[in-house]
Design a binder for this molecule. Structure first.
Ligand SMILES: *Cc1c(COP(=O)(O)O)cnc(C)c1O
Length: 386
């Protein structure tokens, strides 16, 4: 095989955009949420989807150093990756929220991953596995309290309680449920879900006296102590997205995203820009095209009405976002700010993740989890390695 010549350029020079993740801000958000959820609540961190697109390993190491002891993944493969990062560490709980697909129970047990059991079939299979292998493995049991997404229905929960074999052989650590409208504090469904959860938890404790409760996500923590229960499960707020959209953001921004300008051009006479020729640049307009598009997580619909910044100057998107390129109208920006290496700030101090989401017709969660794989990623400061 031919020997590949060593690269002589730096990754930051090769990439088209830079994603900076402020790990100190992440740790500070952990402390803000911990204070808000109170000393009686054992708060963990939801790190599914590659820690909401920010990078699982640096995020997990930072949160562990900040004191996090429970990590929530969605899929088994994410749980296995968590186990790889965290090692055997007996004092850490690694929870897999989607529970075991049939045939995966053994891998849960072997890697000490705690499943969330949401269906009678998952409970039966987990019980069967525990009995056949003579092991006691902790689990969380999820009940649906009004979201109608995952979890035992009220009738399924009752049937399992009434059946002497229903929960037999299980070692449930907590009863879990998920809030549907926690970002809207005045919505009556919040109190309904909380009351159903409290009542089901009391019933469950007739069988398992020490079982804990887990209800609150990020926004749930801000609904007040009545929602905190024993184990809180914040995700998005750790990463700087506003968990209280009706009020100012109590969290610290974690992400900054800047795209490199590839080319600046001036149009002499009014002319269309981009696919579909949907945007008309006016006479004498100055356009800058950056090396970032929808394949990197920009929402294509953002093209209609979106904007970014060069220094303090607001620059509108000109035309459609393409796969790898986006053009901006930089007519108001002095040429001195558009020289080689100049960048356009997509997310930063002047435009938050929530602002970008609003302009893109979506939510901060989707902006973060859509973040691309082609950026040069910088973690500040460098993550703890132990
Ligand atoms: C994603 C998720 C969370 C975290 O929610 P945030 O709104 O990001 O804080 C908590 N619990 C469950 C079940 C989830 O799916």
């Amino acid at each position: 095989m031919a020997h590949a010549p060593p690269l002589t350029s730096r990754p930051e020079d090769r990439s088209g955009a830079e994603l900076a993740v402020d790990l100190a801000a992440l740790a500070e958000n952990w402390r803000i949420l911990k204070k808000k959820s109170g000393p009686a609540c054992d708060m963990g961190a939801v790190v599914k989807a590659d820690a909401y697109g920010l990078g699982l390993e640096p995020v997990v190491r930072t949160l562990k150093a900040a004191g996090c002891r429970t990590f929530y993944a969605a899929h088994l493969d994410e749980g296995l990756e968590l186990r790889r990062i965290l090692g055997a560490a007996a004092d850490l709980r690694l929870v897999v929220m989607h529970g075991p697909n049939p045939g995966t129970e053994r891998d849960f047990a072997a890697h000490r991953l705690i499943p969330v059991l949401s269906t009678p079939a998952q409970i039966k299979a987990w019980r069967g596995f525990a009995a056949a292998n003579d092991v006691l493995m902790e689990s969380l049991v999820q009940v649906d309290t009004g979201m109608n997404r995952l979890g035992l229905t009220a009738a399924e929960f009752r049937a399992l309680m009434d059946d002497p074999d229903g929960f037999a052989g299980l070692t449930p650590l907590a009863l879990m449920s998920h809030l549907a409208v926690a970002e809207t504090p005045a919505h009556p469904l919040n109190a309904e879900q909380r009351d159903r959860f409290t009542s089901i938890l009391a019933t469950f404790r007739l069988k398992f006296a020490d079982v804990k409760g887990s209800l609150a996500n990020s926004a749930g923590i801000f609904l007040g102590a009545a929602y905190h229960s024993d184990f809180a499960r914040p995700g998005v707020a750790l990463y700087g997205v506003n968990p209280t959209p009706e009020a100012a953001n109590p969290m610290i921004p974690v992400v900054r995203l800047r795209a490199k300008i590839l080319q600046v051009r001036r149009v002499d006479a009014a002319a269309p820009v981009g696919y579909g020729a949907t945007f008309l640049a006016r006479d004498g307009a100055k356009l800058a095209t950056v090396s970032m598009g929808y394949a990197d997580g920009l929402i294509r619909a953002w093209g209609a009405g979106g904007h970014a910044f060069v220094d303090d100057i607001k620059v509108p998107v000109a035309g459609r976002v393409s796969m790898d390129l986006t053009t901006f109208d930089v007519s108001n920006v002095p040429d001195s700010s558009l020289g080689p290496g100049a960048m356009i700030e997509i997310i930063g101090s002047r435009q938050t993740v929530d602002d970008l989401a609003r302009e893109s017709g979506t939510i901060g969660y989707e902006i973060l989890t859509a973040l691309g794989r082609r950026y040069h990623r910088r973690y500040l400061p460098a993550p703890q390695t132990k």
